[in-house]
Design a binder for this molecule. Structure first.
Ligand code: BG6
Length: 396
């Protein structure tokens, strides 16, 4: 079914919008899930023209489009409004544009707001959306926010209150884009649709789990945000823990969002809190320096634009989580994530315990690998016999 909607993106000139939001909207358009009855309002401080905004959108989707014409047709739906989130006048102009576009595209008053901005602006934006009547109770109205959602319980809870002053809980979508990835969703299938794993997915059979998120990119244009965040807030507290919860949770009573959520929450409640000593021993932080990857020269993190030249923010983090549940007590869930590594690749290794050997040599453990990106798929390493006269074992 195709949607009728006016999407407003706050932070439309940013890296996230170009790398993720425009391509995602384009995929929906191409697959017919976004009808002709949609428009996107991009807002940010920079004074861009509609033409320039369109060219940014076209550039971000060119490799996905069948033709430049198709990319341009899509980009025609994009409008730009220079916007200072603190300026009431700007919301009045925004409302006008919203109303105009709603009429022009017959969007039935459906509205979606995406806050691709630092969280300190969430409250102000939500407040103005209500006071300037942009959120007017007509059609569906939804708000999407991404991490970072505060820096601790108190700040997250304050943010919640601010958003809830304008939107109902059911209208607020706090999203983690990793959960939209095919192979992450496939973890449910692997775990709960395959008898061979059902009975071995626990501490009696699994020795450890290794989660790797390796990125080749540096911080790109996001130095200002990233320097306040670092790998732990950017990749670990969100993507890594979400993935961990899918790997570690018990079987939900049914495949519904409430049951899945309940099981995930149990995992988080059971996360072991390391002592300071254990933190020092098991967790590592690092930062990229200048260097070469495949002959290309890269600058150091501290020389990136908008990064403090003496920054101690980590661009690499690794460590081990433990889930204190009957299923996984004592099993380390190792993680590592970093920017400017030599390759890009997200995958999970489930390393099974070694079994007793009757062959006079130790056996390699079975490893189930879930490749999330860019390669997608699974592999399971099994011990076999090497071809030849001798009886030598080889994992394959
Ligand atoms: C984002 C982080 O959440 O995820 C970025 O803020 C990171 O720093 C990105 O590059 C990685 O996502 P993907 O989908 O490109 O692997």
């Amino acid at each position: 079914m195709s949607s009728k909607v006016i999407v407003t993106i706050f932070g439309a000139s940013g890296d996230l919008a170009k790398r993720k939001l425009y391509p995602s909207l384009f995929r929906l358009y191409k697959s017919g899930n976004l009808s002709e009855h949609f428009a996107v309002i991009g807002t940010a401080r920079r004074p861009w023209s509609k033409e320039y905004f369109e060219s940014v959108v076209v550039e971000s989707i060119l490799d996905l489009a069948d033709s430049t014409e198709q990319a341009q047709e899509f980009a025609n739906h994009f409008y730009y409004q220079s916007h200072d989130v603190n300026d009431t006048e700007h919301y009045i102009a925004l409302r006008q544009l919203q109303v105009e576009l709603n009429d022009k595209y017959q969007a039935e008053h459906n509205k979606l707001f995406f806050l691709s901005m630092a969280p300190q602006f969430f409250g102000t934006i939500a407040k103005h959306l209500k006071s300037e009547n942009i959120v007017d109770g007509k059609g569906f109205e939804r708000l999407i926010v991404e991490k970072p959602f505060g820096t601790d319980y108190a700040t997250a809870s304050k943010l919640n209150d601010e958003l809830l002053a304008t939107f109902d809980e059911e209208q607020i979508f706090r999203i983690d884009h990793y959960l939209g990835k095919e192979m992450i969703q496939s973890i449910f299938a692997v775990r709960f649709a395959n008898l061979i794993f059902e009975n071995v997915w626990n501490k009696d059979f699994i020795d450890n789990v290794q989660i790797t998120f390796a990125e080749r990119l540096g911080v790109e244009e996001r130095g200002g945000y990233y320097d306040q965040s670092g790998a732990l807030r950017d990749m670990v507290q969100n993507h890594t823990l979400q993935l961990l919860s899918l790997l570690a949770m018990d079987k939900p009573a049914s495949f519904t969002k409430d049951e899945i959520r309940a099981e995930k929450i149990k995992v988080f409640k059971n996360l072991y809190h390391p002592t300071d000593e254990e933190l020092k021993e098991h967790f590592i932080r690092g930062q990229y320096r200048s260097g070469k990857i495949d002959g290309m020269k890269y600058i150091s993190y501290r020389s990136e634009p908008n990064v403090n030249p003496e920054s101690t923010t980590e661009t690499f983090a690794s460590g081990a989580f433990f889930v204190d549940s009957d299923r996984f007590r004592g099993v380390p869930f190792f993680f590592r994530t970093g920017k400017r590594l030599t390759e890009k690749g997200t995958h999970v290794n489930i390393v099974f315990k070694q079994m007793d050997s009757i062959f006079g040599e130790p056996l390699a453990p079975n490893i189930l690998t879930i490749y999330i990106q860019p390669t997608e798929g699974f592999s399971l390493s099994l011990n076999g016999k090497q071809v030849g006269e001798e009886f030598n074992l080889a994992p394959n």
